[in-house]
Design a protein around this ligand. Structure first.
Ligand code: SF4
Length: 410
């Protein structure tokens, strides 16, 4: 009976409480949850448009001191498998992205103690100088906190410097579940507590940046904690209005320290639908087909999602944990149209840029995911020796490359 009362509230556009959201998530039939989420989507997006963005997900380094137990991507400082991409490698990736109609790069990486703030500023400036209209959607809140600690500057000062260098928007990664009990268990409390993550976003919004928000569910959190995550995001959105979109994905367990099993497709759809209902002040919800596959991605459009996220040209993080689906623009468009929607290209602000670009001009098909680095490529970018390293192995490597560089110059 009370589920029906809450359903009625959702249909009439009233906000649901945490307790009501929990009851819906736990007890409502999946078809009812889907129809309620779909009603919210239709209210916000009545024109049946489903958007997507052409961009590239680039992980500039896999070296990380945070060591989250759910992560299969990172390598320890000094590991022979650790890498940092060079500026020229990044330019090549941007050239390939522009060739398929891309408008931005999503740049995220590990917390590498040997990359000072100046490296990021120089990289951003170099990208903007070469590609003035290309957008930098870069550095999730924990990376910004890492830079704040490394540079001993407050978070707002780091954000200001990054904006001055060319930062356009902040991706919502590293949120996992915004409850400190969960974050401690996942060994990610040290990289950012729930309050710290939210505070970076608060500052970014105050500086006029738009950001996304994410949730990685299916590890050790309770149902109540999943809902708490959503209401914390809703509260901050009430305060700042700076979030453009919400993206949920399920924990991918392969090759991680935490191990365990993956949440099911039904759990994903129920979580997505609940998020659509709770996050009444978010305009956009993305379908997470990268972890769920194209078919569940299509179903997401009936469970509250109105956006298919990014064309996937390159993926390193999810692939390291055992899942990765590849869809270029033609495949994303096929999935959207087959589900009965109208596909439109967008930018990070969710402004519509136009119809599918592959229908306007020839673009190369991308049928295989690129990687950050080719297997076995252990090259060290030449410009790294210009930046002081903090770790012992980093200092050693840079001193070595510095003297080798001088030898060569002589
Ligand atoms: S999730 Fe990010 S911060 Fe955590 S270990 Fe992996 S790369 Fe590092």
């Amino acid at each position: 009976m009370s589920i029906e009362r809450t359903a009625q509230k959702v249909r009439s556009g009233e906000r649901v409480t945490s307790a009501e959201a929990l009851e819906l998530y736990r007890g409502a039939p999946t078809a009812l949850l889907g129809s309620l989420a779909d009603a919210v989507r239709q209210r916000k997006h009545p024109n049946r448009v489903v958007s997507y963005i052409i961009d590239r997900n680039v992980n500039y380094t896999n070296v990380c001191v945070a060591k989250c137990t759910f992560c299969a991507f990172y390598r320890d400082v000094g590991s022979s498998e650790g890498y940092v991409l060079g500026f020229d490698e990044l330019f090549r990736k941007i050239d390939e992205t522009i060739a398929v109609g891309g408008v931005q790069v999503l740049l995220q990486g590990g917390h590498n103690p040997d990359l000072p703030l100046k490296w990021y500023e120089d990289l951003f400036r170099a990208i903007k100088e070469r590609y003035p209209s290309f957008r930098l959607h870069a550095l999730s809140p924990p990376e910004i906190i890492h830079l704040s600690r490394l540079s001993q500057l407050p978070v707002p000062a780091v954000i200001e410097r990054l904006i001055a260098a060319g930062l356009d928007s902040v991706p919502g990664g590293g949120a996992e579940i915004l409850v400190d009990r969960v974050r401690r268990l996942l060994h990610c409390y040290g990289k950012a507590s729930a309050d710290e993550w939210l505070d970076v976003m608060r500052h970014a919004h105050r500086f006029g940046l738009r950001t996304t928000a994410t949730m990685m569910y299916g590890t050790v959190e309770t149902d109540e904690e999943r809902i708490e995550h959503l209401t914390r995001l809703r509260d901050l959105q009430d305060e700042t209005g700076g979030f453009t979109a919400f993206i949920a994905w399920s924990y991918q367990p392969d090759h991680t320290e935490l191990a365990g099993s993956e949440a099911t497709g039904i759990d994903y759809l129920r979580t997505l639908a609940t998020a659509r209902i709770v996050l009444d002040n978010f305009d956009n919800l993305q379908a997470s087909w990268v972890t769920q596959g194209g078919k569940v991605g299509q179903l997401s459009l009936a469970y509250g999602a109105n956006d298919m996220g990014s064309v996937m040209i390159e993926e390193n993080v999810v692939r390291a944990a055992g899942a990765s689906y590849c869809m270029d623009e033609a495949e994303i468009v096929r999935n959207i149209e087959d589900a009965g929607f109208i596909p439109k290209r967008r930018n990070m602000h969710y402004e519509i840029l136009g119809d599918p670009i592959f229908r306007e001009r020839d673009v190369p098909r991308m049928l295989e995911l690129a990687t950050a680095r080719a297997d076995g490529d252990t090259s060290v970018p030449a410009e790294l020796r210009l930046y002081p390293a903090r770790s012992r192995s980093g200092k050693h490597a840079r001193n070595g490359s510095l003297s080798r560089g001088l030898d060569t110059a002589d």
